[in-house]
Design a protein around this ligand. Structure first.
Ligand SMILES: *[C@@H]1O[C@H](CO)[C@@H](O)[C@H](O)[C@H]1NC(C)=O
Ligand SMILES: *[C@@H]1O[C@H](CO)[C@@H](O)[C@H](O)[C@H]1NC(C)=O
Ligand SMILES: *[C@@H]1O[C@H](CO)[C@@H](O)[C@H](O)[C@H]1NC(C)=O
Ligand SMILES: *[C@@H]1O[C@H](CO)[C@@H](O)[C@H](O)[C@H]1NC(C)=O
Length: 381
């Protein structure tokens, strides 16, 4: 309660300062809000910064759960974390204090069985807590029915390979686009976790470990901590400040339809063009979890089509991505001289783009989770 009040105060404060910002020139039509008031932040270098050249792989961070070390993939394309119960959890306590739950991966039919629990995680000295699924079991469950099976597999299967005729029924929240990789990563249980820190990706902010920071290097955070992050190629800043958003442009986000709370922001807008066709308005995601992309413009796209993305729209955009359409069968073979070229380009379920992580070869990205701003900063080339 107290925490929520503090956040709200900080949000209102920032909103007031935003309104007083002078527009200095046409290149400032998308200014970053005035973050002078916000002081607390920490830069966390990616664990694989040294070996991950040009965003070939997903970024990872060192985390600790119950003082036990884990390597966590930092995924902006999902929200939430699954942690194996063997990392210091007591099943009796879980049953007593937490709510029975599951995560089901529709494309591979793996069912993660466990309990939803508010869980403290230390991310490089930044202590945070969110609703996590503490996994007590993992079963291949092609016939799983979310509506009737009470969070547990009623009929486990030996083989999870099923040729399109599985009876799995999905209801509720969909994690679109990157299930394939998320499920594989999360199943590599030894010393690994998959940490979804994105927004507008299914779960509400209460599941996002980057949205409920309590202390940094032992110092409790106060109203001068602005929830959010700044991602560059070597790490992530937790806590938005004037200094770490210098040089960015930003756009205000809208709350999602039927938002879970006052920080449940929707995706930023963008415009998509296929070849020289008409622009289609949609939403933008730069998903660190995947090397490929998903695009839906005004027309369908096929091999070799030129795809242009402008953020937030196609007049005076502050962000741009240009790449070619590549079928999965030719992944990684077309447009390879372009650092922002995704390995392959599928069709998105909604209008707009999920650029995948190679977008970060061209831009740094920031998200103000308390106030709802999304920004980009072109990298110096
Ligand atoms: C789990 O916690 C209960 C009390 O809640 C305790 O009785 C039990 O010994 C604990 N089990 C383990 C393995 O630590
Ligand atoms: C935020 O963290 C506090 C502990 O620092 C915890 O009590 C609270 O439940 C957390 N909120 C959510 C939504 O997880
Ligand atoms: C990312 O930001 C950190 C902290 O400001 C900085 O030390 C590092 O050089 C930056 N990395 C790149 C590739 O710009
Ligand atoms: C797509 O383009 C066609 C042809 O220009 C046009 O008729 C149609 O309205 C456009 N659709 C959208 C969604 O923009």
């Amino acid at each position: 309660m107290y925490k929520a009040a503090v956040l709200l105060t900080a949000t209102l404060m920032a909103a007031r300062e935003v309104q007083s910002l002078p527009a200095t020139s046409s290149s400032d039509s998308y200014p970053v809000p005035d973050y002078c008031y916000f002081k607390q932040s920490k830069f966390l270098p990616f664990n694989n910064a040294g070996t991950n050249k040009n965003w070939a792989d997903a970024p990872t961070l060192k985390i600790k759960v119950n003082n036990q070390p884990l390597i966590a993939t930092m995924d902006t394309g999902s929200t939430g974390i699954v942690i194996d119960a063997k990392y210091g959890f007591n099943t009796t306590d879980l049953e007593k204090n937490c709510e029975i739950g599951h995560v089901f991966y529709t494309s591979s039919h793996w069912l993660e069985e466990g309990y939803w629990c508010t869980t403290n995680v230390d991310i490089g000295g930044v202590v945070t807590s969110a609703m996590a699924l503490i996994r007590t079991g993992e079963v291949c469950c092609p016939d799983f029915n979310e509506a009737t099976d009470a969070h547990r597999c009623q009929k486990a299967s030996k083989s999870c390979i099923c040729s399109g005729t599985c009876a799995s029924k999905k209801s509720g929240i969909e994690i679109e686009d990157n299930e394939g990789e998320a499920e594989l990563a999360v199943r590599q249980t030894v010393g690994k976790a998959y940490m979804g820190v994105g927004f507008a990706r299914g779960n509400p902010p209460s599941h996002n470990l980057f949205m409920n920071i309590t202390s940094i290097d032992g110092v409790p955070v106060d109203s001068t901590y602005r929830h959010g992050y700044v991602i560059n190629s070597t790490g992530v800043w937790l806590g938005v400040t004037k200094a770490n958003t210098a040089g960015f442009n930003a756009v205000k986000l809208n709350l999602r339809e039927s938002a879970a709370d006052e920080r449940d922001w929707g995706e930023p807008p963008c415009a998509v063009q296929i070849n020289d066709g008409v622009w289609r308005v949609g939403t933008f995601l730069a998903d660190t979890g995947i090397p490929n992309a998903y695009v839906r413009g005004n027309t369908s796209h096929t091999e070799g089509d030129r795809i242009t993305i402008e953020i937030p729209d196609n007049s005076g955009a502050f962000g741009e991505a240009k790449f070619l359409s590549v079928p999965t069968s030719k992944a990684g073979t077309i447009g390879t001289d372009n650092l922002m070229q995704p390995t392959w380009v599928g069709t998105r379920s909604i209008a707009g783009v999920n650029t995948g992580r190679r977008f970060y070869n061209g831009y740094d990205l920031f998200f103000d989770g308390d106030g709802g701003y999304f920004g980009l900063r072109k990298k110096a080339t």
